[in-house]
Design a protein around this ligand. Sequence first.
Ligand SMILES: Cc1cc2nc3c(=O)[nH]c(=O)nc-3n(C[C@H](O)[C@H](O)[C@H](O)COP(=O)(O)O)c2cc1C
Ligand code: SF4
Length: 427
Amino acid sequence: MSKLTNMLTKGVNIYNPRNVLFYEEAGGFTALKKAAAANPQDIIAEIKKAKLLGRGGAAYPAGSKWDHLFHISETPKYIVCNADEGEPGTFKDRLIMEDLPLKLLEGIIIAGVVFRAKAGYIYVRGEYRKLQKRLLAAIRNVHDAGYLGENIAGTGFDFDIHVISGAGAYVCGENSALLNSTEGKVGRPRIKPPHLAEVGLFLNPTLVNNVETFANIPLIVNMGGDAFLQAGHPDSGGSKLVCISGHCRNRGVYEIPLGSVTLRDIIYDPELGGGFTGGRKLKFFHIGGQSGAIGGPGQLDTVYSYTDLKKAGLSVGSGAVVVYDESVSVIEYLKSVTEFFVSESCGKCVPCREGNRQLLKIMREFSDVAANHKDRLPAYAQSVKPVMQRLIQTMTDASFCGLGQTAAAALNSAAKLFADEFEGVSR
Ligand SMILES: Cc1cc2nc3c(=O)[nH]c(=O)nc-3n(C[C@H](O)[C@H](O)[C@H](O)COP(=O)(O)O)c2cc1C
Ligand code: SF4
């Protein structure tokens, strides 16, 4: 039986994904019409029943977020779609924007209708230049078809969607930094609370959701929250787009139901990762993005669901699964992960700015000792262990935003999993 599903990706590979007529023929915009005629609270109730967890990384329940914003009386309200997709190894929002842009726009417009919002914004990763143009073309088509602009779908309600280009900073994917950047300010995180539902874009109540989260909304409105939940895991409905990359055979974006596919399936199933070439073996995988943990062969039977991965010390995160074979040194790999965080730390707070630099210094020394003075590795590992632990603890507890709080997750998990490599016992 196939491990894949296409509940979200149905319609990928159609001739012109930006053509509204084709989309309508396939049932497009029926959810918007349904939502426009419904009580907004009923739509939110379905999203809650669906147990749709935010697909941007933090896994916050979308229904609760929508409910919170709904109960805020201040206006105007804004809808913001996080399409920054700066997470290394993550390229699933690109697939949605490229191949299912009308589904994404429908999800954002439904949010606009539910909250009677003033406008919608899609903040797109700066490097996705071509995609930004295609998205603008899709928005124009939807506008011409009467689903955007004045009196959308005959509701008497006006709504438009604007595309904002990111400027290449990973931290701008953090929702408050993203809003600052959208406002034309430096893309640095804001202090929370206040919650963005209360004080968001231009200091107004704002909904921020990920591309994949929005794209699931028409599905939930059409099929109902219960059916969506049943198609996934009891704690989190629906499917997940996973991005498989690294050393396995079949790299790409795959849609799998939540709760019935294991990590072994993701890496080895011929329909998914397809295993390794030339008889090579798995050494480790980095899951959920750069800020996710590292896992090893002993965790392959973990089911891919938010709950099961969490129990195993792993996370769904952004949907990235980067696979490495035995040719890779864990220490060299972690050095490159730490380099990434040093270069992406915005510098606003000390634990992240200095903590990452100190960790990188340690990782460079580790790499040098492991390569050139192997006999000294056990002593070096012992001497540096308490410093590393203190740094990791401080960064996790005291960093201002999620970037610094999770920057050492890979290092922390790998140091336990590969204690032998770190301590020079065997390699
Ligand atoms: C450093 C950092 C980078 C992030 N990058 C992204 C991103 O590229 N895309 C995204 O959707 N969420 C990203 N997030 C998570 C967002 O802050 C936020 O949780 C998300 O946009 C909310 O949408 P969701 O609930 O639909 O997932 C990032 C968070 C942090 C701390
Ligand atoms: S944790 Fe890092 S990225 Fe976040 S505010 Fe502090 S320095 Fe900036």
